[in-house]
Design a protein around this ligand. Structure first.
Ligand code: C5P
Length: 286
C-alpha cells in the first residue's frame, strides 16, 4: 500500500511580540521563527480501509481529530475530494508535547505535505499553508519552515535569510502554561520591553549569528507568574554560563532554548541541564 515517511521539525521563537487583541479573539502577533533538526516522524499509509486512523508512541495523546495530525488529514481530504481508501497516520513523537516548540502544528504540516505528495494532489506550498491555517495558527509556518517572520494570527509569512547554522539546546521544565491564560495576562498589562524585530531581521540579513542571538526576546516571559519566571531564568542562566550566544523561552513555553556557536559548549550545557530536566535536547538549527 502507498506509504511515505515525513519529518516534522520543531520550531523555536527567536522573537515573539503581541501587538494587540483582535475582535475575533485572536491576537495580532509578530514573531521570528526558526526550525531545528529535532523532529517528529510521521508515516502515512493510504488504502488501509476505513477513515483516518492515528497511532502514536505516546499513549496519552488523542488519536481522534483533537490530534492536529488527524485534523490536518481531514481538512486535506475534504478539500481535495480524493478518496484514498482509508488513511493510517503513525506519529512518532520526539518533540516535547505542550512545550511551545510547535510539535502538534509541525505534525499537522507534515501530514499536509506528505498527503500532497502521496496522493499527487498538486497543491502549492501557499495552498497547503492556507489549508493549515484552519488547523492552527502555527501550522502555515510549519508548512514553510526555515527562518521566517510570522505576523497576523501567525499565518502571514515572510521568508527571511536563514539563521547561520548553529547548535541549540532545548530544555523543558515540568510546569505547564495555558496558552489562553498567557494571552490574557498580556492583555492585562502594559509591556515595558518589546523585541527588536527589525534589528533581528537586519542581523539575519547580515548573517550575524551573535547579533540575532542577542536580540532574542519573548514577551510572554515578562508575564509569567513569579515562580515560573524564576525557573525559566535559572535555565537561561545555565545556558548563558555555558556560552550560549542568547537564550529565550519559545512560544508560550515552557521550553527554554539557547543557541551556541561551539558544539562542545552546547554539549556541556545539555549535560548539565539534563541532570535536572528529563526533557533536554541537543539539536541544530535548520
Ligand atoms: O490557532 P490555535 O488553535 O493554535 O490557537 C490556540 C489559542 O491560542 C487560541 O484559542 C487563542 O486563545 C490563542 N491565540 C491567540 N492569538 C493568536 C494565536 C493563538 O490569542 N494569534
Amino acid at each position: 500500500m502507498p506509504r511515505l515517511t515525513v519529518e516534522a521539525p520543531a520550531k523555536l521563537n527567536l522573537t515573539l511580540d503581541v501587538l494587540g487583541r483582535r475582535s475575533d479573539g485572536y491576537h495580532e502577533l509578530r514573531m521570528v521563527m526558526q526550525s531545528v533538526a529535532l523532529a517528529d516522524r510521521i508515516t502515512l499509509e493510504t488504502g488501509t480501509g476505513g477513515g483516518v486512523r492515528v497511532r502514536t508512541n505516546l499513549s496519552f495523546l488523542p488519536t481522534n481529530e483533537k490530534n492536529l495530525a488527524a485534523a490536518a488529514a481531514l481538512q486535506f481530504l475534504e478539500d481535495c475530494g480524493l478518496d484514498c481508501g482509508g488513511l493510517s497516520i503513525s506519529v512518532e513523537k520526539h518533540i516535547p508535547v505542550c512545550a511551545g516548540t510547535g510539535g502538534g502544528s509541525s505534525d499537522a504540516a507534515a501530514v499536509l505535505r506528505g498527503l500532497n505528495r502521496l496522493l499527487g494532489a498538486g497543491y502549492s506550498g501557499e495552498a497547503l499553508a492556507r489549508l493549515g491555517e484552519r488547523v492552527g495558527s502555527d501550522v502555515p509556518y510549519c508548512v514553510l519552515g526555515g527562518t521566517a517572520l510570522a505576523e497576523g494570527r501567525g499565518e502571514v509569512l515572510t521568508p527571511l535569510p536563514a539563521l547561520p547554522r548553529c547548535h541549540a539546546v532545548l530544555c523543558k521544565p515540568a510546569f505547564s502554561i495555558s496558552t489562553p491564560e498567557l494571552f490574557a495576562r498580556v492583555d492585562g498589562v502594559k509591556l515595558r520591553h518589546r523585541p527588536d524585530t527589525e534589528g533581528m531581521v537586519v542581523a539575519l540579513e547580515g548573517g550575524d549569528l551573535g547579533g540575532a542571538a542577542r536580540r532574542m526576546y519573548n514577551i510572554f516571559e515578562d508575564v509569567l507568574p513569579p515562580r515560573q519566571a524564576e525557573e525559566i531564568s535559572g535555565i537561561k542562566n545555565v545556558l548563558v554560563q555555558h556560552g550560549a550566544l542568547g537564550a529565550n523561552m519559545s512560544g508560550t513555553g515552557p521550553t527554554v532554548f539557547g543557541l551556541f556557536e561551539r558544539a562542545e559548549d552546547a554539549a556541556q550545557a545539555w549535560e548539565e541541564l539534563r541532570g535536572t530536566y528529563r526533557d533536554t535536547f541537543l539539536t541544530e538549527t535548520l
